[in-house]
Design a protein around this ligand. Structure first.
Ligand code: ADP
Length: 547
């Protein structure tokens, strides 16, 4: 889709006049060269995953022109990023850093404050700076995608894997700072990073962990990618899901290449869910299952074929359970309710032993069935799991966007303990609220040591205003109701950040006051991504910005 715009363009940052804006853009062109500054004054094009816009949210939940930049700029070095930050302070223009901008489902490349200047790091700062085959680590710039890192690691010849999320086109840095997950033993992306370089909102550059200790003769510290903490307060955490700095380099640990076996287990009844969760918990805590496996509802087997909903059901609202059953029974998964996708790693003998234990445990649920990639047709989704669970980037997961015409999607992503009671309560809340607003529930649980990331994906038609409004209303209600039961989101769309941040309000919003104290001290002019993660600088607070 392509949208003409009927207002004066570009949209201006708040409280900046057109003449000041024009002078500021001329100054920015002086810093970066005019080829590296673009004013956002053309019609908006949503594109698609590979050709995504950096001007607005391609999966808009309101009008596409609502969350737009005034301009985009493309720094080529840490010095240029620092110069852009100083420029923003001088003109008091909000800037919004992105690495690649494929954060689709969470706001894409869109800035939280309309008219911000998007600092697109991906275009020119996209080098893999180091691949260390002895330390099993790398150091990358923000524009490195999973595809690119995969290629470079392969090219290095060292027997190492990367860890990729479901879609491989995102930024390794962008995903880690937003605390995204992947599926190998190194699936916790922020947890497996080691060392950062960050430009602070005043333009100062810091290195975290061992990076703060200079190496000999001006080299990078030799243990920068080996030891995460360095000395003193562990600062890295405050640069994730925040607006306290722009990350210009980030180190990551890489997993040794190993043999692996992916499998799926199908479970026959909807009610098996709680028991499945109780079986998974000890397997995860004992690290018998070491990666981040997924538990998915059978409706996903229909959606991930890439066929539209209308192929399965032409009625209104959710696809009825019987209709899902009827279609699933003709598919490789058969008539089932839940599907577990796991992968085990190690030597052939270790894999066989682990599978034996897993089999004994899951067989406690009557009617469960084990299936392996070899048993499945070549176009089945399990083959995509084999890739993703062994660090090979993919974009197969996009197929379920065909569910609706012109689809966009929103992720609802609360965290639950891996316990029967919590899993059931949270699932029922989410299911019933989806039902109330007329959406199919697509539950995927990504399971880590002691908790599950419950990812429910609302798919909506971007041309259908009513459906978009219902999608947002559904999200808002789920956030509130789940929070009342103690469940909170691990990550959210930029436009829902205020609501989510305030659910983390223990002791009369003490955490938010702490974040605001940091924000005001690091960014007194409030130029860096105001409102991201619900954190507003003093300049914006109490002025009606919160949603
Ligand atoms: P991806 O393309 O990997 O999905 P994005 O580049 O869209 O990720 O980044 C996701 C979000 O994380 C952005 O909207 C931005 O707020 C934040 N972010 C991304 N890169 C950086 C960075 N280098 N420094 C600070 N924040 C960043």
């Amino acid at each position: 889709p392509y949208y003409e715009r009927d207002e004066q363009l570009p949209v201006l940052p708040p409280d900046v006049s057109r003449s000041t804006f024009n002078a500021a853009i001329a100054a920015l062109e002086g810093i970066l060269g005019s080829a590296n500054v673009e004013v956002n004054d053309k019609p908006l094009v949503d594109g698609w995953y590979i050709e995504h816009p950096n001007t607005h949210d391609a999966y808009h939940v309101f009008s596409p022109g609502d969350s737009v930049s005034s301009a985009q700029c493309y720094p080529g070095s840490v010095e240029e990023v620092s110069a852009v930050v100083k420029w923003a302070n001088k003109f008091e223009i909000p800037i919004y850093p992105i690495s690649i901008g494929r954060n689709l489902g969470y706001g894409g490349a869109a800035p939280r404050v309309r008219g911000s200047v998007v600092v697109d790091l991906g275009r020119r700062m996209n080098k893999v700076l180091k691949v260390d085959g002895e330390n099993y680590s790398c150091l990358v710039e923000p524009g490195v995608t999973y595809y690119k890192l995969y290629d470079e690691v392969k090219r290095s010849g060292f027997p190492m894997w990367i860890d990729t999320p479901d879609l491989g086109g995102g930024s390794v840095v962008g995903n880690a700072v937003d605390r995204g997950v992947g599926y190998t033993l190194y699936g916790d992306h922020f947890g497996n990073h080691c060392g950062m370089e960050v430009v602070l909102p005043n333009g100062e550059v810091i290195r975290t962990g061992m990076g703060a200790l200079p190496g000999p003769d001006g080299t990078d510290n030799p243990t920068w990618q080996s030891f995460q903490y360095g000395y003193g307060p562990y600062a890295d955490g405050i640069f994730s899901q925040s607006n306290f700095g722009i990350v210009t380099k980030m180190g990551f640990w890489l997993m040794p290449d190993t043999q692996h076996q992916t499998f799926m287990v199908t479970f026959p009844n909807d009610e098996d869910f709680a028991d499945i969760v109780d079986i998974i918990r000890p397997l995860m805590i004992k690290r018998i299952l070491g990666n981040i496996p997924q538990l998915r509802n059978v409706i996903q087997e229909l959606a991930v074929t890439g066929r539209p909903k209308t192929d399965f059901y032409k009625g209104e609202g959710r696809v009825p359970r019987e209709v899902i059953r009827e279609h699933a029974s003709k598919m490789p998964c058969g008539d089932c309710a839940w599907i577990f996708y796991g992968t085990v790693y190690g030597t052939k003998e270790q894999i066989a032993d682990t599978l034996k234990i897993v089999n004994i445990e899951f067989s406690k649920i009557a009617g469960s069935k084990f299936l392996f990639p070899e048993d499945m047709p070549a176009d089945h989704y399990i083959h995509s799991r084999v890739s993703v669970c062994s660090g090979v980037p993919e974009i197969r997961e996009l197929d379920w966007l065909n569910w609706k015409p012109n689809a966009g999607h929103l992720f609802f992503a609360p965290i639950s303990p891996t316990k029967k009671h919590d899993a059931r309560v949270l699932y029922e809340l989410v299911r019933d609220i989806h039902d109330e607003f007329g959406f199919d529930v697509f539950p995927t649980y990504c399971i880590a040591n002691r908790e599950m990331h419950f990812i429910a994906n609302i798919v909506y038609d971007r041309d259908d205003e009513d459906e978009k409004a219902r999608a947002m209303a559904c999200m808002r209600k789920m956030i509130d109701v789940c929070a009342q039961h103690g469940y909170g989101e691990y990550r959210t769309h930029i436009l829902l950040a205020d609501q989510v941040a305030h659910t983390y309000g223990w002791n009369n919003q003490a955490m938010m006051r702490f974040n605001e104290t940091l924000k005001d001290s690091l960014d007194p002019k409030g130029i860096l991504a105001p409102g991201r993660a619900g954190i507003w600088p003093a300049k914006y607070r109490g002025k009606g910005w919160e949603l």
